[in-house]
Design a binder for this molecule. Structure first.
Ligand code: RIB
Ligand code: CA
Length: 309
């Protein structure tokens, strides 16, 4: 069975590989890419999404620009991790060949979901998805599931207890989690199992195509910022983990638990409070990813990049 998919993202190095995985893996049918401000401004993230699809030679997937800021907070970008372009590493000149859709992300999401059910994979702040659910609540029934790279069962990466995608727009994440649409969280606790180690870089190099070379250069840049900022020996490839969960749920093992998003805390806004031990007595409302089948994951990523030629 092929799962129809919409990818809402803020490319971003790991988002770039999430796009490639979603576009090339035969288990999913990528219907649209929508962008949101996060790793960089939405202008830059939109150019980057177009760039990734252009490099992959994919022109039939529309790319639409989404929210340029969180629902209520000021935008906080991650140029320290992703650079001034949002996708630093290889230098590109000129415009990507894939055009931007004349429709906004909101219009495109409405259009797609009016015509058919689809799964949304979100790999940035949940601003676009929250707005969709707030303004078009009847479309919730056509969202099969929302699979989000965001949050953490443990500590954060932008604040002590908050992961970046959650912390950029906690109000949006709160609205989406409370919407009742089936929700899966792939947080740092699982994406930190997807490290781009030297053997992964070697596999990319062995592919030998121009696209694989660009991926290698992106990963080399990403590795340098993760080393300098966080002391990681190899960077975690967060976003493709959420796509992999849709491709084959066995790759990303989840449990059901209650999840709430902290929006009021003076020091903890954006914390994802996951009640794995049943302390609160609140019923499960989300699937929480805990473990990654690393071998199956990297096989899918490498196969996808190879297939794109
Ligand atoms: O915290 C990791 C997440 O923040 C990833 O989605 C990365 O691309 C950034 O958006
Ligand atoms: Ca992202």
């Amino acid at each position: 069975m092929v799962t129809p998919l919409i990818l809402d993202c803020d490319p971003g190095h790991d988002d770039a590989l999430a796009i490639l995985l979603a576009v090339a893996d035969p288990a999913v049918d990528l219907l649209a890419v929508t962008t949101v401000a996060g790793n960089q401004t939405v202008d830059k993230c939109t150019v980057n999404a177009r760039r990734v699809l252009s490099l992959a030679g994919v022109s039939e997937v529309p790319v639409a620009r989404g929210a340029d800021r969180p629902l209520v907070r000021r935008l906080r970008i991650a140029d320290d991790v992703h650079g001034t372009t949002g996708l630093d590493g290889p230098a590109f000149t000129g415009e990507p060949s894939v055009p931007e859709s004349p429709h906004s992300a909101h219009e495109l999401l409405v259009d797609v979901l009016r015509s058919r059910p689809a799964t949304i994979v979100a790999t940035g702040a949940l601003t676009n998805v929250a707005r969709l659910l707030a303004e078009e609540p009847s479309l919730a029934r056509n969202i099969t599931e929302i699979v989000w790279m965001g949050g953490s069962t443990d500590r954060g990466n932008i604040a002590p207890l908050a992961e970046a995608n959650a912390c950029v727009d906690p109000e949006a994440a709160d609205l989406v989690v409370r919407s009742g649409v089936p929700f899966t969280m792939c947080g740092l606790n699982v994406t930190h199992q997807a490290l781009v180690t030297d053997d992964v870089l070697a596999r990319l190099e062995r592919i030998g195509t121009p696209l694989a070379r660009v991926c290698g250069e992106w990963m080399t840049f990403f590795a340098s910022t993760y080393r300098d900022l966080f002391g990681f020996e190899a960077p975690p490839l967060h976003d493709p983990v959420a796509v992999a969960r849709v491709i084959d749920p066995a790759i990303v093992h989840c449990v059901e638990a209650n999840l709430v998003i902290e929006t009021k805390g003076e020091w903890t806004a954006g914390a994802t409070v996951v009640d794995l031990d049943g302390y609160t007595g609140r019923p499960p409302n989300a699937r929480i990813a805990l473990t990654l089948d690393r071998e199956a994951f990297w096989n899918r990523v490498v196969t996808a990049i190879t297939a794109l030629g």
